[in-house]
Design a protein around this ligand. Structure first.
Ligand SMILES: Cc1ncc(COP(=O)(O)O)c(C=O)c1O
Length: 387
């Protein structure tokens, strides 16, 4: 869908892994909740009780979607906070049982930086390597699990290249070989792949609202069951003492709405179709490598160019009002090579040419057609030749 950028030029937004445009229904819920339910849900008076009722409703709706009890859902300010909360909360509360923890080398910085902090606090951290598709090895995982391993955190879908980790198998290995808890960052998978606590899987998961057409500043940490846990924030004891601070009822209600609609109106088959179409389009050019593995998240397509820097192409496309990013929004202002691209050992000549195209709710067939023509024009200008 052609949105309008500042200059009222139609634009095509293909950076949905970085963030998404909020749905109108979600914004309506947020506004209505602020207008009618602004009381503190902890207040004893009638308005507080009404706000508390809306909050409980949101928690129950999310509990049904994730197949866990409502009281296992904790509202946060987003993916970063939920990831920090999970890692520090589980590691610190279980350190009497052991000080060994594990993650993978291609996690989001909100996970990697938290593990680095755990190292500074005296925990021993193992970082699992990945293959050229970005997948961890179950054998390596099994070989590194120990009696004193208390936590493993492995993301479901990688935000830069779209790799899907086999989280059910990972959970099976962790739970049959150790007493460690398993947390998974599901920020990029929720709403695109099935994410819930049915069957074998993680003990805790992270979801962020703004990746699913919800609002920035909304998210949650959800548990399968109660586990020993230490809060990060202390204060009034809200969220059963797990996350103090007045709960934003409008944020919680809008997150529940965004989550429900993203499951009910899942667009993955469209994303899959566009991904295939673009892969076949790019495969005509020998100077382009498809990085995203064949079996990967439907909404992310990561490619690389020999001899063209990713940011040069991003800028050339932007001049035609098409918005994509280099490997990830977090690292794209960083001139360093992304840690994910480094970890999958791409050929040197392709390392600096990465761009990520990511589809969303408002992407259309026309956007993909327009992207292709704009892309050809951008490349011919950059390479100074006719393709
Ligand atoms: C995989 C992954 N985890 C965590 C985050 C952080 O989420 P938030 O922006 O809600 O803090 C992101 C956002 O880029 C992400 O892609």
């Amino acid at each position: 869908m052609a949105f309008f950028s500042k200059g009222l030029e139609p634009m095509i937004y293909l950076d949905n892994s970085a963030t998404t445009k909020p749905r109108k229904e979600v914004m309506d819920t947020f506004v209505k909740a602020n207008e009618a339910f602004y009381a503190n849900p902890a207040s004893l008076h009638g308005m507080g009780v009404e706000a508390e009722r809306l909050l409980t409703g949101a928690r129950q709706q999310i509990g049904k979607l994730l197949l866990t009890e409502a009281e296992n859902i904790y509202f946060t300010s987003g993916g970063t906070e939920s990831n920090n909360m999970a890692i520090f909360g589980i590691a610190r509360a279980n350190k009497k049982r052991g000080r060994h923890v594990m993650t993978s080398v291609i996690e989001h910085p909100s996970i990697l930086e938290s593990f680095k902090q755990l190292e500074r606090e005296g925990f021993e951290v193992d970082y699992l390597s990945v293959n050229r598709n970005g997948q961890v090895s179950l054998q390596e995982l099994e070989s590194k699990l120990r009696q004193d391993t208390i936590l493993v955190s492995i993301m479901h879908v990688n935000n830069e290249i779209g790799t899907i980790q086999p989280i059910a198998e990972i959970a099976e290995v962790i739970h049959s070989h150790s007493r460690a808890y398993f947390h998974s960052d599901c920020v990029q998978s929720f709403g695109k792949l099935p994410v819930n606590f049915e069957g074998v899987g993680p003990d805790a998961i992270t979801v962020s609202g703004h990746k699913i057409n919800g609002l920035k500043g909304t998210g949650l940490l959800a548990f399968r069951h109660k586990i020993p846990f230490e809060p990060l924030l202390f204060g009034g004891g809200q969220e059963s003492g797990m996350r103090s601070g007045t709960v934003s009822v409008p944020n919680a209600a809008s997150l529940a709405k965004a989550m429900r609609l993203s499951v009910e109106e899942n667009r993955s088959s469209n994303f899959q179709k566009w991904k295939k179409e673009l892969i076949s389009f790019f495969s005509h050019y020998e100077f382009i490598r498809i990085i995203t593995p064949y079996e990967s998240a439907p909404h992310i397509l990561s490619i690389s160019f020999r001899g063209i820097k990713g940011e040069v192409l991003v800028n050339a496309l932007e001049r035609q009002n098409i918005y994509v990013s280099t490997s990830s929004a977090c690292s794209s202002r960083n001139t360093k090579t992304s840690h994910v691209i480094g970890a999958i050992h791409m050929e040197d000549e392709f390392v600096n040419g990465v761009i990520r195209i990511s589809f969303g709710l408002y992407t259309t067939d026309d956007d993909i057609e327009d992207f292709k023509s704009a892309f050809l024009q951008a490349i011919s200008i950059i390479k100074g030749e006719h393709l």
